[in-house]
Design a protein around this ligand. Structure first.
Ligand SMILES: [Zn+2]
Length: 122
């Protein structure tokens, strides 16, 4: 078994949706369903429940980015209202779709690294 990764390694592996233990195997199958166990190192993740953590982190990150962009760009452009609504809603949805699986990987990795049971049933 590999030594536990540093927080920097954990974040990097989460950004690539890779196994927090080895950094090689995929942590998600499909869009955001976690694997039972890493195909490379065998570390088990199926019992870990990230619950609302990934959604919270996604909203935190995307909200700060999109609102900052809106406040920076909107005063300097003369877009019709329909265009502004379309652009910012699409940007927010796209950013959420991009960030959510990575946030889930981060939470699963952090729970795994902490050695927490990861579920309410031990
Ligand atoms: Zn692995």
């Amino acid at each position: 078994m590999n030594a536990k990764p540093t927080m920097g390694q954990l974040i990097w592996r989460a950004l690539r949706c890779r196994c927090p233990a080895c950094g090689e195997g995929r942590l998600l199958t499909g869009y955001a369903r976690q694997v039972e166990a890493c195909a490379v190192c065998g570390a088990r993740f199926g019992h870990i429940r990230a619950d609302d953590g990934p959604a919270w982190l996604t909203i935190l990150i995307v909200g700060h980015i999109v609102v900052s962009l809106i406040l920076t760009v909107e005063p300097n452009v003369d877009w019709p209202q329909w265009l502004s609504m379309s652009v910012w809603v699409a940007a927010a949805i796209g950013a959420c779709l991009l960030v959510l699986p990575r946030a889930k990987c981060f939470f699963i990795g952090a729970i795994w690294r902490a050695g927490a049971p990861g579920s309410e049933t031990v």
